[in-house]
Design a protein around this ligand. Structure first.
Ligand code: ADP
Length: 207
């Protein structure tokens, strides 16, 4: 299955994408993780991306699009993938559509997690505190200032994608405020509704 996870920062995309990926046996492709790996390598591109990300802004489409298109063309993604954090702009969505069309492939669904803004801030502050307590590095963009910019970027640049994919008949929205397991169950419930193929993907039963 070829899926996209859509939702604001802190909505739980990463957590849910990991669960879906494991259950469906397809790779989870997180552009946030890809970019953090590029930053860690300290290349020129990485250095440029580091500051943009720390501010909470989006890095340029060119950097992200190429990385994602390479990943989805790899043999590991032949039976599908879950995109987590991509596309985040209409330009990225169109580039993805074009690449899939050329490969004669299509998306199965776009899974949107809806969470109110006040909760997002709490979740991200909690995540940073937990990481610190566990002796892990706190993400440079997990602070209230950067989060404000990330939320603005989401609203202005990424939120329009909901309409884009709704028009394409691909959008499925799930309440991201429910407990983690219930969100996972709701996402699988949406996938089961998709096509008869979903029934053969061992999607029956509860999580
Ligand atoms: P979150 O979903 O919590 O914002 P991510 O780990 O997905 O976290 O992304 C972290 C940062 O990486 C973003 O704020 C942005 O700077 C950069 N980034 C990730 N994906 C993209 C993308 N598709 N396009 C542009 N920038 C991206």
């Amino acid at each position: 299955m070829r899926l996209i996870m859509l939702g604001p920062p802190g909505a739980g995309k990463g957590t849910q994408a990991a669960r879906l990926a494991e259950r469906l046996g397809v790779p989870q492709l997180s552009t946030g993780d890809m970019l953090r790996a590029v930053v860690a390598k300290g290349s020129l591109v990485g250095l440029a991306a580091r500051d943009v990300m720390a501010r909470g802004e989006l890095v340029g489409d060119d950097i992200v699009v190429n990385s994602v298109l390479e990943c989805i063309a790899e043999p590991g993604a032949a039976s599908g993938f879950i995109l987590d954090g991509f596309p985040r702009t209409l330009g990225q969505a169109r580039a993805l559509d074009e690449a899939l069309e050329q490969a004669r492939l299509g998306l199965d669904a776009v899974l949107e997690l809806k969470v109110v803004e006040a909760v997002l801030l709490d979740r991200i502050i909690y995540r940073a505190r937990e990481a610190k307590a566990a002796g892990q590095r706190v993400r440079s963009d997990d602070n209230p200032e950067a989060l404000k910019v990330r939320l603005e970027a989401y609203q202005t640049q990424t939120q329009p994608l909901a309409d884009y994919y709704r028009t394409a008949g691909l959008l499925h929205t799930v309440d991201g405020l429910m407990p983690i397991d219930q969100v996972t169950s709701s996402l699988f419930a949406e996938l089961r509704l998709l096509t008869p193929v979903a029934g053969s993907l061992h999607l029956t039963g509860d999580i």
